[in-house]
Design a protein around this ligand. Structure first.
Ligand SMILES: [Zn+2]
Ligand SMILES: [Zn+2]
Length: 538
């Protein structure tokens, strides 16, 4: 059994435990375990069989038991039981329509319905109002929502890795291509779509409805279906005739404005053929946001990246040692890795004092002995204090190879103060890069009020780069801001901000975000050889 399948089942279990209003900590533990398993580089089924699965983070005795049952019998009996009881297809549909999971289950019980189809019938027959708590207004809203034929969108955007996995999993299972927001690498994905080439659409539509990710199909026509996950996230499937596959893929990938500007699209079996027929150069998906018919630049690619300049170790809140991180970066084919642990003002986690930073130098030197010619750089993610001073003295910063400056606390400062604070830090001669400049947490914390136009000016004057942070819930700067920064002449750094060996694997998210900002390799500091990075030229 593959890791993805195991993770899907654990996640389904977590969702159902939530629906059943079991202990919320248990549900969260299963969700976290699912995440760990998805990210694990080894076959988890084998770990389960050899009794070593508890070596994975967040997997205790209880979860191990469920995993053993899953690997040995192919399922979790209690999960199957919960699925019978709670009707995940109804829950998925209910959530898609804007009902809470709890309300969906109540509705199912009160009406004695078991499937999405029965919900439709009940709605059509006007029976919804019989359910306590559902008035004429809610009923009208549900009936309308069930009948609408607009582009399906998730109510809450999915983070890019989760969306890639969901859409990629559906595409792989059906032999199709991911499209929609995922293919454009949007930071929060609402439009999830897959395009398949199919001379017989019935077959692929039927397989789509049977996928474990899809609990209910809410719309179906001859060559199109919309299914929902148990979380109520809609996924659209387009089954295009093979000779129209390219046209369908372009249509399902670009933003509505981008596609409208190309219409009428000629018939084409592939994207290249389509662009050729239009007399246009091929356009990378990341650039298909606004209408564009020109020659696209040669965007930065993952292979251009020669090192990672922002990661953490066990010295602050990372999970791996300096050597482990260095070794993992070397295995990725990099030439260098900067260790940028936190400083004390970060607050919530351990930060390194000036003394700690100097003691860490010994460990970094030892790692360099082992890993040469690969280079582990002495760095810091130094907090910018509220008054703009840095959290380490200049004489310590002067010893380091690479200094990232970051605002952590006080993200809500009004624009003038925040901008002055950051400007002050950028004027420090040792600062090389501003981390996650807008401080947002996607879906949780909005961007801060920092005046980026001013930051671009100062960064340009001081030769400071701006980070494109690759943490899935940050992606900061985001694409639009990257583009503004590059237009202003500022350089960027693609970083993972990794807190573990696996975290180094987030580089593609940072690169995709830079690509959305039209970045070429020449704009990216860490696409250069080490000497050039260290010498501040370029
Ligand atoms: Zn940070
Ligand atoms: Zn960091």
């Amino acid at each position: 059994m593959e890791n993805a399948r195991i993770a899907d089942r654990l996640e389904a279990y977590a969702s159902l435990l939530e629906l059943a209003e079991a202990n919320p900590y248990t549900a969260r533990a299963y969700r976290r375990a699912a995440e760990t398993i998805r990210g694990a580089g080894v076959p988890v089924a084998e770990l389960v069989r050899s009794g070593r699965v508890r070596q994975l983070r967040g997997i205790g005795r209880g979860i191990e038991g469920r995993l053993r049952e899953l690997v040995e019998t192919g399922d979790i009996a209690e999960l199957a039981e919960l699925e019978r009881e709670l009707a995940p297809d109804l829950v998925g549909l209910g959530r898609y329509l804007g009902l809470s999971a709890k309300r969906s289950v109540e509705l199912a019980r009160a009406l004695g319905i078991r499937t999405a189809e029965e919900l439709r019938e009940a709605a059509a027959a006007g029976r919804l109002q019989a359910v306590p708590g559902i008035g004429a207004k809610t009923e009208a809203r549900l009936v309308e929502a069930l009948g609408r034929e607009v582009e399906p969108r998730a109510r809450q955007g999915l983070l890019l890795p989760r969306a890639r996995e969901l859409v990629g999993g559906v595409a792989d299972a059906l032999g199709g291509e991911p499209a929609g927001d995922v293919r454009r690498s949007r930071d929060s994905c609402e439009v999830l779509a897959v395009v398949c080439a199919a001379s017989d659409p019935q077959d692929v539509l039927a397989r789509f409805a049977e996928l474990p990710q899809i609990v209910a199909v809410v719309e179906r026509s001859e060559r199109r279906a919309v299914g929902v996950t148990v979380e109520g996230v809609p996924v659209e499937l387009v089954a295009a005739p093979p000779k129209l596959f390219g046209s369908a893929l372009v249509r399902a990938t670009g933003s509505p404005a981008y596609v409208a500007a190309l219409e009428p699209l000629p018939d084409a079996p592939g994207e290249e053929a389509l662009y050729r027929a239009l007399g246009l150069p091929c356009c990378p998906p990341e650039l298909r946001e606004e209408p564009f018919r020109g020659e696209p630049p040669a965007l930065v690619e993952e292979d251009d990246i020669r090192g990672d300049l922002h990661c953490h170790t066990t010295w602050s809140d990372g999970r791996a040692s300096v050597e482990e991180m260095g070794r993992a970066a070397r295995e990725r084919g990099y030439d260098y890795l900067a260790i940028c642990d936190h400083t004390p003002a970060v607050g919530a986690v351990r930060g390194l004092t000036a003394d700690d930073v100097r003691r860490q130098a010994g460990e970094i030197a030892a790692a360099n002995e082992l890993l040469a010619p690969f280079r582990v750089l002495r760095g810091t993610e130094c907090d910018i204090l509220p008054d703009g001073r840095l959290d380490l003295p200049d004489d310590v910063l002067a010893e380091l190879d690479w200094v990232q400056a970051s605002v952590h606390g006080g993200q809500r400062m009004p624009a003038p103060e925040m901008t002055k604070r950051v400007e002050e830090a950028l004027r420090n001669p040792y600062v090389r890069c501003l981390s996650h400049p807008k401080g947002r947490m996607i879906g949780r914390r909005p961007e801060n009020a920092l005046d980026l136009e001013r930051v671009y000016e100062v960064a340009l004057e001081e030769g400071v780069a701006l980070e494109v942070n690759g943490l899935p819930n940050r992606l900061d700067l985001r694409g639009e801001h990257v583009r503004d920064a590059l237009r202003a002449g500022v350089q960027i750094v693609c970083s993972t901000d990794a807190h573990s060996v696996a975290g180094l694997g987030n580089m593609p998210l940072s690169v995709a975000t830079a690509r959305r900002g039209w970045a070429t390799a020449a704009h990216v500091v860490n696409s250069r050889p080490l000497e050039s990075v260290l010498s501040r030229d370029g």
